[in-house]
Ligand binder design. Structure first.
Ligand code: G6P
Ligand code: MG
Length: 215
């Protein structure tokens, strides 16, 4: 692929550091319940993972009813909301806006593939919504990452075949989803976190369209 027709970004941990807010909200809930949860566990088991799957990891080995599970998911979401409600456009990652502008002016479609049901709220707080030609969020598909569905759905929103797309992710589950969708995968973060991306970048700072391109 010389030039992709679409670049599809994950949101949390790629365009903004909301993965830290997800962790803080889960940590608050885990503390309420007297369960330990570390940053390392978050990175290894929760990064990019859906709300219910994340809770199932945290409460593994404990007995809870479905009603209690529902209540805990709602409580975590309240803690998360309290954090994101204060977000401002300053919380877009360094280099993020310049990169989106460069991609758009090259005539390439840009879309979001996020597992989060709070995706649109975060994009609004960051004043990023208008940059995207398509937004696929946690309300769009049933099977979460590493299933390819959310990336395939996002490609459909911008009407581009998946082999002509590049996906950008900070979670290994997301890299697996991108590869399963038949796209090229660019990983953001330490190389040790990922299995089989086409390219790894430490972050988006001073990155240009050419840095995302994959042979
Ligand atoms: C993203 C985040 C995860 C989060 C998931 C669901 O994938 O990386 O940390 O658990 O979305 O988010 P939600 O806001 O719907 O609970
Ligand atoms: Mg992410």
């Amino acid at each position: 692929m010389s030039q992709p027709q679409a670049i599809i970004f994950d949101l949390d941990g790629v365009l903004t550091d909301t993965s830290e807010y997800h962790y803080q909200a889960w940590k608050h809930l885990a503390d309420d319940e007297g369960i330990t949860l570390t940053h390392e566990e978050n990175d290894e088991h929760l990064r990019g993972v859906g709300r219910r799957e994340s809770l199932m990891y945290i409460i593994r080995g404990h007995q809870y009813s479905e009603n209690q599970i529902q209540e805990m998911m709602e409580r975590k979401n309240r803690y998360y909301h309290a954090l994101i409600e204060r977000m401002t456009p300053k919380e877009v990652v360094p280099g993020g806006v310049a990169l989106l502008e460069e991609i758009k002016s090259a005539g390439i479609k840009v879309a979001i593939a996020s597992a989060s049901k709070n995706c649109r709220l975060v994009l609004d707080r960051l004043q990023l919504t208008s940059y995207f030609d398509g937004i696929a969020d946690g309300n769009c598909v049933v099977n979460g990452k590493p299933a390819p569905d959310i990336f395939v759905y996002a490609a459909g929103l911008v009407n581009v075949f998946t082999p002509n797309c590049i996906g950008v992710e900070d979670a290994d589950a997301g890299i697996q989803a991108i590869k399963a969708a038949g796209m090229k995968a660019v990983a953001i973060g330490p190389a040790s976190r990922f299995h089989g991306p086409d390219k790894v970048l430490p972050n988006m700072e001073n990155k240009h369209l050419k840095d995302l391109l994959v042979e």
